[in-house]
Design a protein around this ligand. Structure first.
Ligand SMILES: Cc1cc2nc3c(=O)[nH]c(=O)nc-3n(C[C@H](O)[C@H](O)[C@H](O)COP(=O)(O)O)c2cc1C
Length: 245
């Protein structure tokens, strides 16, 4: 049999349904316990300032103004603006046992993703590729330099990426979620990152910045730029942010 119902999209959703009358079974074998956080201990660190949350933003206005904006200016973001974006994405807001609870929900509090940044134009932050350390609210520098061409080409040449002051990039940490949810994991990883990305868009909206979620890119080009294996950890989503005209 051929046709769309035999395609991966249909088979994935059908094959990962929970059923009252059928226990879950799969052939995945045992899944190794993964690390809950990723760190780059040898990387140069840049501590982000505590975000200034004192100025209120009206949620209804932020929602009403939220838009995907691709035409941002060459003006840099401030370090304070970057800190607020990162806090909106994955700020720690409470502790519950071993869990660091965040600004966005996550199925089973597993947070099965890592956050990276390509900083093109941010005051006080040298251009380069960074990993975001959630627990310490810090950036770990993986590579210094201008990677604008590489990230733009890896994003199918999208001008939003070429113009962005910063590109925030999320990888799926497959085992972190599969260890609990097995094959259903990809549903939750996608949902989790939808929440995270929306938080960033609303924070951008609150600060009058332009942002655009990006789902179209050459996956393995991004994996190579970040230095991740593309299997157990693979890029799934990004968002561009910059100043509006
Ligand atoms: C999962 C996802 C992937 C997207 N990928 C892209 C993309 O690759 N390029 C782009 O220009 N916009 C992308 N967008 C933005 C959508 O085009 C945009 O949200 C849609 O046109 C509605 O416009 P609005 O966000 O301004 O309301 C993406 C949005 C989502 C949610």
């Amino acid at each position: 049999m051929t046709g769309y119902k035999q395609g991966l999209a249909f088979r994935y959703l059908q094959g990962t349904k929970y059923h009252r009358d059928r226990p879950i079974s799969d052939d995945l074998g045992s899944i190794p316990a993964p690390e809950r956080f990723k760190n780059y201990p040898d990387a140069e660190r840049l501590q982000l300032p505590e975000p200034d949350l004192s100025r209120p933003a009206d949620l209804w206005q932020c929602l009403a103004r939220r838009r995907s904006e691709r035409d941002t200016t060459p003006e840099p973001l401030s370090l304070g603006e970057l800190a607020k974006l990162m806090w909106a994405a994955q700020g720690v807001t409470a502790r519950a046992g071993i869990h660091l609870l965040r600004t966005a929900p996550s199925a089973g509090a597993l947070y099965p993703f890592e956050t990276y940044l390509y900083v093109d134009k941010v005051e006080e932050v040298p251009q380069g590729i960074y990993h975001f350390d959630v627990a310490d609210f810090a950036l770990e520098r993986l590579q210094s330099g201008n990677f604008n061409q590489g990230f733009t080409a890896a994003s199918l040449g999208q001008p939003a990426v070429q113009k962005a002051a910063v590109v925030i990039i999320w990888t799926a940490m497959m085992l972190r979620c599969m260890v609990k949810y097995r094959d259903r994991a990809m549903r939750y990883i996608a949902m989790d990152l939808g929440h995270v990305c929306q938080n960033v868009q609303l924070a951008a909206s609150a600060m009058g910045l332009g942002s655009c979620p990006i789902g179209a890119f050459f996956d393995d080009d991004f994996n190579e730029l970040l230095g991740v294996d593309g299997e157990e950890e693979t890029v799934v989503y990004l968002i561009t942010v910059g100043k509006l005209r």
